[in-house]
Design a protein around this ligand. Structure first.
Ligand SMILES: [Zn+2]
Ligand SMILES: [Zn+2]
Length: 206
């Protein structure tokens, strides 16, 4: 029997990897919150940090960010035959933005529900060779770490549980980080220390 090699393009997306871990974590790990749903953040959402109030809220949604280490692969460069080294990079400042809302919602049949919604977005970085925006790839362990943080964050913010510190926070002395090529820096969410003075000077592509 011939072995099937999975095609590269059919690799699960980050969201497809994270969603089942999320359902498992929120549905079975104490404290359980089965009424919460995870979604991709819709593209039209304005994700600039500067519009938030002092509680990190905007229009009833609570915003929070998580820092991890991601690998980036520019498929455009790889397809055009650029050597791997110039088309791939990793970044200690890979930012995941989440926003959460708990309350009433109406489903497609007009039925009212009370539940929690979390929307997530992984910020892209721009390829230095071709300027394409590339989204980081997270391995299984990093997906699990993110969901663990998400669970604690929701437990803390919506149910008053204590919040231990989580997430990869980068080295003490910041390594090289291409602020101009980081979507999270532009939006003001990057954990890179050097981004603070720059928040207001950028406009994010919507
Ligand atoms: Zn590229
Ligand atoms: Zn950044």
């Amino acid at each position: 029997m011939a072995k099937k090699t999975p095609a590269r393009l059919s690799c699960p997306t980050n969201f497809e990897k994270i969603e089942p871990v999320f359902n498992q974590e929120f549905g079975t790990n104490d404290p359980i919150f089965p009424e919460w749903t995870l979604e991709r953040m819709p593209k039209k959402i304005n994700i600039k940090r500067i519009k938030l109030d002092k509680n990190k809220m905007f229009e009833r949604w609570l915003y929070g960010s998580y820092n991890t280490k991601g690998k980036f692969r520019c498929l455009k460069c790889i397809k055009s035959g650029i050597v791997d080294n110039d088309a791939t990079w990793s970044s200690a400042y890979t930012t995941i933005l989440c926003r959460a809302y708990y309350g009433p919602d109406t489903d497609e049949y007009g039925q009212d529900w009370i539940g929690g919604w979390i929307q997530m977005k992984i910020f892209a970085q721009q390829c230095t060779t071709c300027d394409e925006y590339v989204t980081a790839e997270l391995d299984d362990q990093k997906c699990r770490n993110f969901v663990t943080w998400l669970h604690r964050w929701i437990a803390h913010k919506f149910y008053g549980y204590p919040l231990p510190s989580f997430g990869y926070r980068g080295k003490k002395s910041d390594g090289p980080h291409l602020v101009d090529r980081c979507e999270a820096c532009h939006a003001g969410w990057c954990h890179f220390h050097g981004n603070k003075s720059q928040n207001k000077n950028f406009l994010i592509k919507q």
